[in-house]
Design a protein around this ligand. Structure first.
Ligand code: HEM
Length: 395
């Protein structure tokens, strides 16, 4: 399909809301620059598929989680948002400018860009006549230690952008915000980053801002266990092959944490700082022995250690974690940093909630962290070239 036919397709897809924007692109697309043509064959992640990308692939080095609310919550407007998103994301993730792209040169290096859309529980009360949501899909209740701030919590929908290049990421976020501006407004943006180096040689885990090795005990994408833990396979048909994203903004109280000596920091988690091995083990991936004791008969991994309480009581009580770090420097005289905890699960009621319940009650780590934001989204199933993300909500 030519770019010109793409423009008319977009006008047809979304109606008058974005027509002015689409019209503005004709000048550019009439004459394609050679820079755009020559730089498209670089690192990119496919957009179409049974599942949306941005979950199973290696996380990009930087991320923006952008939360939106519909301005006028109608079914037609939601449909336009989803169509526009699909059209933009299918292009931008492949190194092609979006239609009406004001800076097309910024799109040519996709740098493993992924764009993943999820809908919030509020959408199902605000938009009339949507199909019902799965029973297991609700906001996560606040836990006793939480200090949730509305400026980091909840919205009608979210787009998770992950990428290896800050210019590409910024361009994609700006492009989407502009394209959706007549239909939805941004409520908040959370910006995150991951280390570009594994925590140590021979691992795929990375370090977080507390210096810990993270990712040691996480289901591996692609295998059957991962599939059943992550992809929705029960409830309404429209949600099948989607997943639930739990997004928590967790502040780290670094000034207090850094006072602890190394062995105390290791006891809080139950793993070593140097190589991520569980206490009592030699290497990171050795199965954890929660019964191991020291010479005095005391447990090596204490009753309140983070990994003991977070460890699933059964195989179904597991989640897939794909977190990012955030650091805003010094705010009001204090360091403002922490973890954008992003976890995916096919059913938060049977997996996430029991884990979070135990952590909230007695996790040693609670003294050094505070959850300040919390949101839940249903990441919609993927789509083909002939459909759009979220089409199953309207069929
Ligand atoms: C700032 C907050 C947090 C930090 C710094 C943190 C850190 C860690 C670390 C270092 C590990 C061990 C290595 C690994 O397996 O990845 C771990 C494991 C884990 N964490 Fe967290 N975590 C945080 C919050 C949470 C939250 C909110 C949950 C879920 C409610 C959670 C669930 C888990 C799970 C399921 C494991 C694997 C346990 C196992 O089976 O061994 N974590 N975390």
């Amino acid at each position: 399909m030519s770019d010109h036919s793409g423009i008319s397709r977009r006008s047809l897809l979304v109606g008058s809301g974005a027509a002015g924007v689409a019209g503005a692109s004709i000048g550019y697309f009439g004459k394609k620059s050679s820079a755009v043509q020559s730089m498209t064959e670089v690192a990119k992640i496919g957009f179409y598929g049974v599942h949306q990308s941005g979950i199973e692939n290696t996380p990009g080095l930087i991320s923006n989680f952008v939360a939106f609310d519909l301005i006028d919550p109608t079914k037609a407007n939601l449909q336009s948002v989803l169509r526009l998103f699909t059209d933009d994301a299918a292009r931008l993730t492949q190194g092609k400018p979006a239609l009406a792209d004001g800076a097309p040169e910024l799109a040519v290096n996709p740098a493993n860009l992924t764009m993943t859309l999820g809908v919030g529980p509020s959408l199902f009360t605000r938009v009339p006549r949507l199909p019902s949501k799965p029973e297991f899909f609700n906001e996560i209740p606040a836990f006793p230690n939480d200090q949730l701030d509305p400026k980091w919590s909840g919205s009608d929908f979210i787009i998770q952008f992950c990428c290896d290049d800050s210019l590409t990421l910024s361009h994609a976020v700006g492009m989407i915000a502009k394209d959706l501006s007549t239909l939805a407004q941004v409520r908040w943006i959370q910006t995150g980053a991951r280390s570009d180096k594994p925590a140590f040689s021979g691992t795929t885990s990375v370090r977080n801002l507390m210096g810990q090795v993270e990712g040691s005990d996480n289901p591996l994408p692609g295998n059957p266990i991962f599939n059943s833990l992550v992809w929705i396979n029960e409830g309404p048909q429209w949600a099948k092959d989607g997943t639930i994203l739990i997004l928590r903004r967790i502040q780290m109280l670094m000034d207090k944490w850094e006072i602890l000596d190394r062995s105390a920091q290791e006891m809080v988690i139950g793993r070593r700082l140097d190589n991520g091995a569980a206490l009592g083990n030699k290497v990171e991936n050795e199965p954890v022995n929660f019964e191991a004791t020291d010479t005095l008969g005391l447990p090596l991994i204490s009753a309140n250690a983070h990994i003991r309480l977070a460890h699933g009581a059964s195989l179904s009580e597991r989640i897939y974690r794909r977190p990012y770090n955030y650091d805003n420097g010094i705010v009001d005289g204090k360091r403002d940093l922490g973890l954008i905890f992003a976890a995916f699960t096919s059913n938060p009621v049977t997996s996430y909630l029991p884990i979070q319940g135990r952590l909230a009650q007695s996790d040693s780590l609670n003294k050094w962290i505070t959850a300040i934001g919390s949101s839940t989204y249903l990441i919609l199933p993927g789509c083909t070239e002939n459909s759009y993300i979220g089409e199953t909500l309207f069929t």
